[in-house]
Design a protein around this ligand. Structure first.
Ligand code: ZN
Length: 191
């Protein structure tokens, strides 16, 4: 039920997207229409990077479709109502309480996820800060920042953050410090 609704809202979203057919010589603008074109136009690239404690952040390339506040709210409410409507149905099956509780908690979980996710991923490229393996994110993934991405190589869980890679202060090894520094001390010539 939830998936059906998701598809419907996707179609509505794509249809309501304003398509601005480029004026090509002699080409009928109707051919440029369609769901794919509408989705591509609303796609935008966000500056992003991958973070993990103890490791230098790595740059990422993220293309998303922004979800409207209305869409997030409607999907969250429908997910909640859909799961809660299943409670009397699955409650018939033994063990009754466990199924009912699962549907109840599942509704809250899904509603929270649909409400929080501001973006839908279109494409993603990024590398694990720890092992530099490429990280994967399927198109259509709901993204709420910070978004955890599991690295299946080193089993760490870095997360996606918006914005460029933060500049960290790099300690310069060229600057001697302390009494052990072997740097020559320049003395003023005594007149
Ligand atoms: Zn890794």
């Amino acid at each position: 039920m939830v998936q059906q609704f998701a598809q419907q809202t996707d179609d509505v979203h794509a249809r309501s997207e304003p398509t601005s057919p480029r004026a090509t010589a002699g080409g009928p603008p109707a051919e440029n229409g369609g769901n794919g074109a509408g989705r591509r136009e609303s796609t935008r690239r966000l500056p992003s990077h991958i973070e993990l404690f103890g490791f230098a952040s790595t740059p990422a390339r993220l293309e998303v479709v922004q979800r409207s506040r209305l869409e997030r709210r409607v999907r969250a409410v429908l997910a909640l109502l859909g799961c809660w409507a299943l409670i009397p149905v699955v409650g018939i099956i033994p063990p009754h309480i466990e199924w009912a509780a699962t549907a109840f908690i599942g509704g809250i979980f899904l509603a929270r996820r649909y409400w929080r996710a501001e973006f839908v991923a279109v494409s993603f490229e990024g590398a694990c800060p720890r092992c530099a393996s490429p990280l994967a994110m399927k198109p259509g993934t709901l993204v709420s920042v910070p978004h955890t991405i599991t690295c299946y190589e080193c089993h760490s869980e870095p997360w996606l953050e918006l914005g460029d890679v933060p500049r960290k202060t790099v300690r310069s090894a060229a600057q001697p410090s302390g009494p052990t520094g072997a740097a020559p001390v320049s003395r003023r010539p005594i007149p």
